[in-house]
Design a binder for this molecule. Structure first.
Ligand code: NDP
Length: 288
């Protein structure tokens, strides 16, 4: 029988620790960690993500502000706003909800966010720090995956981890985080040949492609650990992952559900990054 890796349970424990640490930080420094989220346009999925982030921030004692901008907002206007927020000492984390409307260059916007406030961990400088093993704000979904595996005592050292999906936000940073845990890592993408052969050699299979129920039982090794990052909404309105849960769960030793697996961990890691950013900004202001 597969054992579920329950992201809600693990998140609630980590969030309780964050809440405790936040209370102590506020008491000691008189500073409330503050996450500011900018959303451009009114994409319903993005609006839901932003609402969930705000709720999660407030539940652990952070201040949370959402700036909603119309879809026709210009790139220059967004850049000016970010520059102001970079200078605003009362803001510790800045997150621009992606995707942005097509007329705004996402890479340019991410580069405008102060490295110290980039709680998504997407800034090229953070990416460089991650790869160089330097202290940084780690991207939330990949760190959430690692936390979940650690919570369930999944051995990573020396094991073969196969990632499917090479996006900047999930697959690529996961390579580094898994290497840091001494796993042997293979990464696959849409041009990979003999995908099944690779997935079947995985002790740990992490799937982030955005295709509902793509991974079937015959692509998975017996007793593998399967992490499903995918979130796909079917026409029926039901949310499913990239892994065909019912059939793969007959083979996997551990598996994440969708929803309730990696999703809650992503927001939890965002909270952790925001608290770290607030603390780091506070200590750097003291050392000036
Ligand atoms: P992207 O669309 O940016 O990347 C998808 C990746 O999957 C690409 O590297 C693509 O390859 C690869 N891919 C697509 N089709 C195949 C295929 N048939 N075989 C092998 N590889 C394939 O997606 P994201 O990384 O942003 O997101 C992936 C999924 O994870 C989505 O469902 C998203 O909603 C979800 N997600 C969930 C989060 C959470 O918190 N749980 C957070 C972020 C994302 P190529 O590069 O060659 O095109």
């Amino acid at each position: 029988m597969t054992k579920l890796m329950d992201g809600k349970l693990v998140s609630s424990q980590i969030r309780a620790e964050i809440s405790q640490e936040t209370e102590e930080f506020i008491k000691e420094m008189g500073i409330t960690p503050h996450l500011l989220v900018i959303i451009v346009g009114n994409d319903p999925a993005s609006m839901t993500y932003v609402k969930n982030k705000k709720k999660a921030c407030e539940a652990v004692g952070f201040k949370s502000t959402v700036i909603e901008l119309p879809v026709e907002t210009t790139e220059n206007h967004l850049i000016e706003l970010i520059q102001q927020l970079n200078e605003d000492n009362s803001v510790h984390g800045i997150l621009v909800q992606l995707p942005l409307p097509k007329h705004i260059n996402e890479e340019k916007i991410i580069e405008m966010i102060s490295v110290k406030k980039d709680v998504d961990g997407f800034h090229p400088y953070q990416v460089g720090c991650l790869v160089s093993g330097m202290d940084c704000l780690k991207p939330c979904t990949p760190s959430g995956v690692i936390e979940l595996l650690k919570y369930y005592d999944i051995e990573l050292k020396g094991r073969h981890a196969v990632i499917i999906g090479r996006s900047h936000i999930v697959g690529k940073p996961l390579i580094q985080l898994l290497l840091d845990e001494n796993a042997t890592v293979t990464i696959c993408h849409s041009q990979t040949k003999d995908l099944s052969q690779l997935t079947k050699s995985a002790d740990i299979l992490i799937v982030a492609i955005g295709k509902p129920n793509f991974i079937k039982a015959d692509m998975v090794k017996d007793q593998a650990v399967v992490v499903d990052v995918g979130i796909n909404r079917l026409e029926t309105g039901r949310l499913v992952g990239d892994v065909a849960f019912d059939e793969v769960s007959t083979k996997a030793s551990y598996m994440t559900p969708v929803p309730g697996g990696v999703g809650p961990m992503t927001i939890t890691m965002l909270l952790r990054n925001t608290l770290k950013a607030a603390k780091d900004l506070q200590s750097s202001s003291l050392s000036i």
